[in-house]
Design a protein. Structure first.
Length: 350
């Protein structure tokens, strides 16, 4: 995680410097913001590491209700900030944050509490399953209204992972997963723009200057990197060719500047986090800790997969940041806080 966050600082500077100079007259604009958010993230992680993870259990419902309320407020024109066709942010002066990031950790804590049952046995009952469907349905509805298809898919996947670790029947879980995927595809096809983005994965050349532009420019950037890369700061894609090069597509800049070797090391880092997180989950001292660790591990791993899949052209582009690496305050602070909880559980493993 430390390597990824430090790499993120360096790559945010490299990927954003050209546009920052053009727009703000300061090549360090996004770097300074990223360092500030990293500082806040370190503080949040230090807090969640030190406080026994069991103590956050009693705040699961209030935190969930607050997160859902904030996601609802995003939809109000007088409060929410709309960019690129989506209302995902709330602004307070010059400060903006993304409520859906807080919803991720709120969902994990709530579902871990809901299904943890007794100390020796997880509990999936009709009552808990109804609560699960109500909470997940509400979250999905709010996120789709923004719209935010990427976060919707991630939260759904996190929820199903926790349900799996709670002992829910695999057959029923598969049915829920297939139904969820079908609903996501239906939602994608209900919007002309999202439908084009989805079809663009299959053939970006059908609209090379429109919905296929990012996918094509990402492929160009990655191919230019070769084995060892062009060198730090030497990206060509960041010169106005690849939109959102410091956020959603920062991995393309990593591959371009650090090459195949650097890209593989980033992927290896996420695989290591996933393996360590699952180990912590299986060795957790109680069911609440196990479900917390499993949920957080699934969150980081699935989000990384969705982002990398979009950058590599095998998944639709959904605007999901790469954990710990992409520029973005809410994502970095909340993910580091969640990682602190994961470390907290790992420290107390059996």
């Amino acid at each position: 995680m430390i390597i990824l966050t430090l790499l993120g600082v360096v790559m945010v500077l490299s990927a954003s410097s050209v546009n920052d100079l053009r727009i703000f007259g300061d090549t360090w604009h996004h770097l300074k913001r990223q360092v500030l958010w990293l500082f806040l993230g370190v503080i949040s992680m230090a807090v969640t590491i030190r406080i026994d993870y069991r103590k956050i259990r009693k705040f699961s419902i209030p935190f969930l209700l607050l997160s859902l309320t904030l996601c609802g407020l995003v939809l109000l024109p007088s409060i929410g900030i709309t960019a690129n066709g989506s209302a995902r942010w709330i602004g307070i002066g010059s400060f903006t944050f993304q409520p859906s990031e807080f919803l991720k950790i709120a969902i994990v804590i709530y579902l871990a509490d809901l299904f943890s049952g007794s100390k020796k046995k997880t509990s999936v009952t009709i009552t808990s399953l109804k609560k699960f469907l109500l909470v997940l349905g509400t979250a999905v509805a709010l996120l789709m209204l923004e719209p935010d298809l990427g976060t919707t898919a991630i939260i759904a996947a996190i929820s199903l992972t926790i349900l799996f670790f709670s002992g829910f029947r695999v057959r029923n879980l598969l049915l829920m997963g297939i139904s969820g995927i079908a609903l996501l595809f239906a939602a994608s096809y209900s919007s002309g723009y999202r439908r084009k983005r989805l079809l663009g994965v299959l053939d970006p050349w059908q609209d090379p200057t429109g919905t296929g532009w990012q996918a094509l420019q990402s492929a160009v950037a990655i191919s230019q990197g070769g084995v060892s890369g062009l060198g730090l700061g030497e990206s060509r894609a960041k010169w106005g060719f690849l939109p959102f090069s410091h956020t959603d597509f920062i991995f393309a800049i990593v591959a371009e500047e650090l090459g195949f070797i650097g890209a593989c090391l980033v992927i290896l880092a996420f695989l290591s986090i996933g393996l360590a997180g699952l180990t912590a989950a299986f060795k957790a001292p109680d069911n609440f800790g196990q479900l917390l660790a499993a949920g957080i591990t699934a969150w980081i791993s699935i989000q990384a997969f969705v982002n990398l899949g979009a950058v590599l052209g095998i998944l639709p582009i959904t605007g999901v940041p790469l954990p710990f690496v992409s520029s973005g305050g809410s994502s970095l602070v909340v993910t580091m806080a969640a990682f602190g909880i994961l470390l907290n559980v790992a420290r107390q493993t059996r």
